[in-house]
Design a protein around this ligand. Structure first.
Ligand SMILES: [Zn+2]
Length: 111
C-alpha cells in the first residue's frame, strides 16, 4: 500500500517540488520533503499519502501582517526623512503595500 500517493502540492515556503521521502507504515512515519529548501513534514499517515502535506495551512495575509508592513514602511520613511533626502508620501507607500499584499493573496489562493 505504498503506491497510493496523490499529486503533492508545491512547498508552502518556497514553491519547490515536494517528494515523499518515506512512505508510512504501522512502524514508520511518512516523511515529505521539499526538494528545494529542504523543509520536511513527518506524519503518521499509513495510507492515502499526500493528504497531510496537501492540507497544510496556507500562509495568510492577515490585518496584523498589513499593520506590521505599514509600520516597517513608516519607519523606513522616517529614517529617510531624517537624512534630509526626498521621500515618498506615506499614503503612496501604503497604497503600494496594499498592492503587494493583494498580489500575494492571489498567489496564495492560486488565482
Ligand atoms: Zn521549499
Amino acid at each position: 500500500m505504498t503506491n497510493d500517493a496523490i499529486d503533492l502540492k508545491d512547498c508552502p515556503f518556497c514553491g519547490g517540488e515536494a517528494e515523499i521521502e518515506q512512505y508510512g507504515t504501522p512502524r514508520m512515519s511518512t516523511i515529505y520533503a521539499c526538494q528545494d529548501c529542504g523543509c520536511r513534514l513527518e506524519t503518521g499517515e499509513e495510507w492515502g499519502h499526500g493528504r497531510q502535506w496537501n492540507t497544510r495551512a496556507a500562509p495568510q495575509i492577515t490585518p496584523e501582517v498589513r499593520e506590521r508592513m505599514i509600520d516597517v514602511i513608516q519607519d523606513a520613511i522616517e529614517k529617510r526623512r531624517a537624512t534630509g533626502k526626498d521621500t515618498l508620501p506615506v499614503t503612496l507607500a501604503v497604497i503600494a503595500a496594499d498592492a503587494v499584499l493583494t498580489i500575494l493573496n492571489s498567489i496564495i489562493k492560486g488565482e
